[in-house]
Design a protein around this ligand. Sequence first.
Ligand code: PLP
Length: 404
Amino acid sequence: MIEDMLRTPAAVQDAERHTAHNYHPLPVVISSAEGAWVTDVDGRRYLDCLAGYSALNFGHRHPTLIAAAHAQLDKLTLTSRAFLHDQFADFCRELAALCGKNLVLPMNTGAEAVETGIKVARKWGYQVKGVPAGQANIVVAEGNFHGRTTTIVSFSTDSDARADFGPYTPGFRIVPYGDLAALTEAIDEHTVAVLLEPIQGEQGVVVPPEGYLRGVRLLCTERNVLFIADEIQSGLGRTGTTFACEHEGVVPDMYLLGKALGGGIVPVSAVAADTDVLGVLQPGQHGSTFGGNPLACAVATEVVRLLATGEFQRRSAALGERLQAGLRGLIGKGLVAVRGRGLWAGLDIDPALMSGREACERLMERGVLAKDTHGSTIRLAPPLVITEEEIDHAVAQVAAVLAG
Ligand SMILES: Cc1ncc(COP(=O)(O)O)c(C=O)c1O
């Protein structure tokens, strides 16, 4: 195809002209997708190795999820929480069961789930733990990524995410990730929660040292502090188990879920916890017009049912080993480190070779979509429907990019 017949350059330019530049997308304009593959406006196909930052764990347009969405669109889409609807109870009951918790509070975006967790923990602190009014603190980790609201960026350690968005919300303490001694030190009698990602995604798929999550669990129990696990990216099959906390046999007091919960179709997030925690909320104290809407519930219930079979977790575990082994084979051949669990990998490229952005651009030219983070790191998080051959293909393209 000759260059000036391509639709991509004009589409990229048009988007640049009319949008705020709060993202720096790769110059690919996608118009359709199925499973692990997307097609751009010029008919080029790419293997999607980002999967919407894990929002597409079940692949693009999973037939069961699309059917649920279509059926629901023809019946009822929105009621607001002023009324109940016939999709609501099933979703909450089945998600609660998947989490092993009593209650669920549905919202829309991941950031809203995090905000919900923070509010619930503070209220629990005042009403149940007996923290004096206005004194609650929450301990978080360096390198965290929990979303983009003003409160959440208040405890980010990423200057891009944080700078010039103050004044910041007080009440957070930041400790090094993976450092149990620092966490122990930071907790005092006014601490209501420890909020952590069991694996730090945005930071480059950083897996904490073995025993860390177990230590956090013990510490939180001992000190009467809630352990809030942000499983928005790590959860729902991504790491080979339903929740990443399972790798250490740990059950947090509160799960924060999002991304894949919406099946790649609608934004659905949720907080799951037991009644002694989520039960602190009373009518009027929290909510969202679209939270738990019929379309969201219809799709998300099917997501929960797909996960309840265990099939996707098994795929992620088995195929993840293949992915991780393939990538580890590139250490010393352009990669300096590979981290990850299941179908989730962070690759550190030798910075002398190229930046993560450059690597992603070259991967794109070779028909593989991935996303860089922090300098020379790229993340791979393909849909869990990816096949062995497709994994081998992705690894071969990474190898070819590194080989120049
Ligand atoms: C661990 C984690 N928490 C929260 C969020 C925020 O989710 P959302 O972008 O849906 O607000 C993200 C998004 O990447 C995330 O990775």
